[in-house]
Design a protein around this ligand. Structure first.
Ligand SMILES: *Cc1c(COP(=O)(O)O)cnc(C)c1O
Length: 629
């Protein structure tokens, strides 16, 4: 347990090593030629779809399975590129997004296929056809299957990559499994052309050896280490991936004859001690566990006494005198004495599947591999989807981001999502950020042997806030800092203090908005230079997204041996190019990026260094590059 680093009152630990071990065990049961698809629906049964997807892909998963569009979309936004199958029937209204996020729909009827076909305009698109072989939930009924299958196959552009069906009772009814198998394979046999993937088995069916003749298996519950097969000898191979832990928040005495909790369901039969644990049915600890479950405290099982409340349970700790407030309590999971999900679910004749989904929903998740802590995932993973919000942004994000200097991918990602979620999910205000940011700096030899001539061109898109802005040339770090804070300054430069500040040492050669050349008025203020850029035509563009272009020519001291470019505003997509003359032997870029990703791409060629991010990637202020030469 990693209690040292965890501040939560209750939390979930996800052991990715246990997950990988389970997959390795399940893979031993694949027939030759069989691949596997990892089911990650319902946030991977409460384990975190992204982390489970990545771990499964590492173990060789060729496909991922989700319940619906939203789940698939979230994985795509999180950077998962593996093929994703939507298992449940989708709505026709979801088709544009399904196509946009390149998700493979499970198709159960002709109307959906026709509608998808009209969206494709001739392009090819993969689908899997779902057959109902007896479960009688989604899928095409067997008797009409051939007709519909052929109609779907006839729709130009739709490519049937897979055909699948699902067992109704893979764990308990071998006879009915055989019936379903026969229906499925007799249909597959009758197809003139077989799809690439033929899949029928869930994880239990795979272990039971069904589905000979299929070439893909869908691994779900067993991969999470829940033994739904009833054969306890499998427990050693199926290690619970999820552990649910809470903390003793209060210890109290109880006297003979006193009751604990709602409805006075539990009456003490002796003098004793009990404790409050801050977990209830709202945390997924089922109400039906009242007076029935046991939890693990200091290596011993303690009975849950009284009713489960919404946010609290009470446990009898009379047998553990050394128990202290702050002790951790394991409610579910692996350990010396495992409390397995299937055992807990059995206590109330519930479903282990449901239990995992419920518990995974409220608690913060901590990922580990064996005893190695990896990272934690936000409490509510409502991921920020740039396109969902259009250009709505918040100014505060810039200052919030400014206060964070993110030095770590994991924490960076976490903070990034938290910031965006808290700012974007709850409020509705505009923040103007830069996008398609391109900054090119070219050093050339100048007449002055101590300086390079530095030509800079800057361009980006941004919503125009006002009908004028400032380009500033400062003489000291302090002045420069002042210009970084001001919101009306679009570009700043720090001039070497040995140079006279005039138009020969710093010159704006052009400032344009949407190609419109602006009037530049040069004003001296406290020893620095402010170039005020405006134009009558700008007033009509205020509030609209425009293209800024700013070109300057100035001088840069050779002896500094480094040149820095800062990202001073929230920016989406950055491209910084540094060109240098042959007299500079080589240039080393040192990048300090905070945002979605810590490391931008770097390309180095003769006389040129380019540092760039992907176009849709967010970069926070305080990022930048130092080119040292
Ligand atoms: C959820 C699901 C599975 C996974 O089943 P497990 O019993 O968890 O292995 C497989 N196939 C389909 C179609 C599913 O919906």
């Amino acid at each position: 347990m990693m209690t040292g680093s965890i501040q939560e009152r209750s939390w979930v630990e996800i052991d990715l090593a246990a997950f990988s071990n389970n997959l390795r065990f399940l893979k031993q049961h694949l027939h030759p030629g069989q691949d596997f698809l990892q089911i990650v629906k319902a946030d991977a049964y409460g384990h975190g779809a992204r982390e489970i997807a990545e771990a499964a892909i590492n173990e060789g998963a060729v496909y991922l399975g989700v319940a619906n569009l939203e789940e698939g979309k979230l994985l795509r936004i999180q950077g998962i590129q593996a093929p994703i199958l939507i298992l449940s029937p989708s709505l026709t209204s979801e088709i544009p997004a399904i196509v946009e996020y390149n998700l493979v729909p499970g198709v159960s009827d002709l109307d959906f296929a026709k509608e998808l076909h009209t969206h494709l305009q001739g392009r090819e698109y993969l689908i899997h056809v779902k057959l109902d072989t007896g479960m009688h939930r989604s899928g095409i009924r067997s008797e009409e299957a051939m007709e519909l299958y052929q109609a779907i196959a006839g729709l130009q552009g739709l490519r049937i990559e897979g055909i699948f069906s699902h067992f109704a009772s893979s764990e308990s009814d071998p006879d009915f499994c055989t019936v379903q198998e026969q229906r499925f394979f007799s249909f597959v046999e009758s197809l003139p052309e077989k799809p690439r993937y033929i899949h029928l088995n869930n994880s239990a069916a795979s272990l039971k050896g069904y589905g000979m003749g299929s070439n893909l298996v869908r691994f779900g519950i067993l991969s999470f280490g829940v033994n739904t097969l009833g054969d306890v000898s499998l427990n050693q191979h199926l290690q619970p991936v999820m552990t649910f832990v809470s903390t003793l928040s209060q210890i109290k005495a109880i006297h003979l004859g006193e009751s604990v909790g709602y409805n006075r369901d539990w009456i003490s039969e002796s003098e004793g001690r009990y404790a409050v644990v801050p977990v209830g049915y709202a945390d997924g600890y089922d109400f039906l566990l009242s007076n029935r479950a046991k939890v693990l405290l200091r290596g011993k099982l303690c009975p849950v006494i009284g009713r489960i409340s919404m946010d609290m349970i009470t446990i009898d700790i009379s047998a553990i005198p050394e128990a202290k407030q702050g002790d951790s309590v394991t409610l579910l999971g692996n350990g010396d004495k495992a409390i397995r999900a299937e055992q807990i679910a059995a206590i109330y004749q519930g479903s282990a599947y449901e239990l995992l989904c419920q518990i995974g929903r409220r608690a913060r998740r901590y990922y580990k591999r064996g005893s190695e802590f990896l990272h934690s995932a936000p409490l509510a993973r409502r991921d920020f989807v740039a396109r969902d919000f259009g250009d709505r942004k918040l100014n505060e994000i810039i200052s919030a981001a400014l206060s964070q200097r993110l030095q770590n991918d994991e924490i960076g990602d976490l903070i990034y999502r938290e910031i965006l979620r808290s700012f974007f999910a709850d409020r509705d205000r505009d923040v103007h950020y830069r996008k398609d940011f391109v900054h090119e700096i070219t050093f050339r030899e100048s007449d002055n042997p101590q300086y390079y001539q530095a030509e800079t061109t800057l361009s980006y898109r941004k919503v125009l806030d006002s009908d004028s802005f400032i380009i500033a040339c400062a003489r000291s770090d302090e002045q420069l800092r002042g210009y970084f804070i001001r919101k009306d300054v679009e570009y700043r430069w720090l001039l070497d203090d040995r140079l006279e500040l005039d138009e020969s040492s710093f010159k704006v050669s052009s400032a344009r908005i949407n190609g419109l050349e602006l009037d530049c008025e040069v004003i001296r203020r406290d020893g620095s230079l402010e170039i005020h850029c405006s134009q009558e035509g700008l007033a009509t563009l205020v509030g609209k997204e425009v293209l800024f272009e700013i070109d300057t020519v100035t001088l840069y001291p050779k002896k500094l041996h480094q040149f820095s470019v800062f990202i001073s505003e929230l920016t989406q997509g950055v491209n910084i190019i540094f060109n240098y003359p042959p007299s500079i032997g080589g240039v080393e870029p040192v990048t300090i990026f905070s945002g979605q990703q810590k490391n931008p791409q770097v390309q180095i060629s003769k006389g040129r260094v380019q540092v760039y991010s992907q176009r849709d990637q967010w970069i926070f202020p305080l990022s930048g590059v130092v080119f040292s030469y």
